[in-house]
Design a binder for this molecule. Structure first.
Ligand SMILES: *Cc1c(COP(=O)(O)O)cnc(C)c1O
Length: 427
């Protein structure tokens, strides 16, 4: 990879490298299968002795080019796409754990991932201890068990907007011989590259800023290549002992820094099959080309809106790390000096019903179950995404019952503020 190129150039040019006479734009290889002239070569592909395509459930050239681009943006060594963010989180964790294992996760993570780690994985015999991301290093360490295999947290938590102290989490993970998995969906590699702060694996819901236009659900997993599986061989037998379901291959021996992603592809994707459609990968790639232009605008607009809301008499509170008095301002300045993201949380004075009346009055800003795309939108997690959580769990997850999640798009900030202003005038 051309490591010297700046991140803006990587957004535009990484991944698809056409040869002489090939299409300039990444082609959509909408084919389930690939043809070979001789049977031996096909056999070598199945043995992972040669690299090449044979069936799109395992690998597809369009998907691989986009995975390679995101890998270069994050500064990793290998990456893969999945059909959704949820699939990425499942694979990222399940690639390291089996029944009887345990993980540590931040309790402010996205509701869907909270359910995945706390409920669904538990049914598969993998336990999770949730920790408060603001806990001290010493307190974090208490959550670890001899069977702990990974730590999971979000750079910027959805929807509570808690900013993660990545170095603190990385130290706790590494001191216990396990990798740190960081979900970088909200910051994107434009604003934060968690590998530079000690994270080992990065995940994404590419559905959000990376796609940027709310066109395709998708996910990605990127490996830094920094975690030494062999140094902790007893903890990770899936990577350090022969895989009988794959001709006795030992991934960490045969693939070195590529071991983690190779296992996730050759074993998990083979068996569980959550691949993106090549068409969706193509759309994601179009989004990635302008990610470096959109993120600064999202942040600039969000800063103006956060400042407007925080001065408004009918607004009870605003949580946006770009505000100087925000609890996470210092962490954001350290890890994301160019800005955090376009998403903020706030509450209006009054009760839950006031929040609903306010939202129903908005005209430009739409109520949608989405965040982090070009169009400004709003959601009330307690009535929408997080409605399956108890009041107690909501509180623990940093989601106040009156919390509204506002995702600022790339429209003109004055129009967004005017819409908020007219809705606030009504309540
Ligand atoms: C959206 C989101 C998810 C879920 O991703 P999907 O692509 O919808 O499966 C998980 N975590 C975070 C932080 C998200 O923003």
């Amino acid at each position: 990879m051309e490591n010297n190129y700046k991140i803006e150039t990587r957004c535009v040019q990484s991944g698809w490298k056409p040869q002489n006479g090939e299409p300039r734009v990444l082609p959509i290889y909408q084919s389930t299968t690939f043809k070979y002239d001789d049977s031996d070569q096909m056999g070598r592909l199945f043995d992972l002795e040669e690299t090449g395509y044979f069936y799109t459930r395992l690998q597809n050239p369009t998907n691989d080019a986009v995975a390679a681009k995101i890998t270069e943006l994050e500064g990793g060594v290998a990456g893969m796409l999945t059909s959704s963010g949820q699939a990425a989180y499942y694979y990222a964790v399940f690639n390291l754990c089996e029944a009887g294992d345990h993980i540590v996760a931040s309790n402010t993570i996205y509701g869907g991932t909270f359910n995945l780690l706390g409920t669904t994985l538990k049914k598969q015999g993998i336990d999770c201890t949730f920790v408060n991301p603001d806990d001290s290093y010493e307190e974090l360490c208490k959550a670890f068990q001899p069977n702990t295999k990974a730590v999971f947290a979000e750079t910027i938590a959805n929807p509570s907007i808690v900013v993660l102290d990545i170095e603190k989490f990385a130290k706790a993970a590494h001191d216990h011989g396990v990798p740190l998995i960081v979900d970088n969906t909200f910051a994107t590699p434009i604003n934060c590259r968690p590998f530079e702060w000690g994270a080992d694996i990065v995940t994404h819901s590419t559905t959000k800023y990376m796609d940027g236009h709310a066109m395709a659900v998708g996910g990605a997993i990127i490996d830094s290549g920094n975690f030494d599986w062999m140094a902790h061989a007893d903890k990770f037998p899936g990577l350090t002992t022969p895989d009988e379901s794959y001709h006795g291959i030992t991934y960490a021996e045969k693939f070195g820094k590529g071991a983690y992603i190779t296992k996730a592809t050759a074993q998990l994707m083979r068996d569980l099959g959550s691949i993106p459609s090549p068409m969706n990968a193509f759309l994601l790639n179009v989004g990635l080309e302008t990610l470096h232009l959109r993120m600064p605008r999202h942040c600039e607009n969000a800063q103006k809106v956060a400042e407007f809301l925080s001065c408004h008499e009918k607004v009870a509170w605003v949580n946006y790390a770009g505000l100087p008095d925000n609890k996470y301002h210092a962490l954001a300045e350290k890890y994301m000096p160019d800005g955090t993201c376009g998403v903020m949380a706030f509450g209006v004075k009054g009760d839950r019903a006031t929040a609903v009346r306010f939202m129903d009055q908005l005209k430009l800003i739409a109520i949608v179950t989405h965040v982090a795309d070009a169009r400004t939108c709003i959601l009330h997690p307690a009535s929408h995404t997080h409605r399956q959580m108890t009041e107690e769990q909501l509180k623990e997850a940093g989601v106040a019952p009156d919390l509204m999640r506002l995702s600022i798009g790339i429209e003109n900030a004055d129009d967004i503020i005017a819409d908020l202003e007219q809705a606030l005038a009504i309540i």
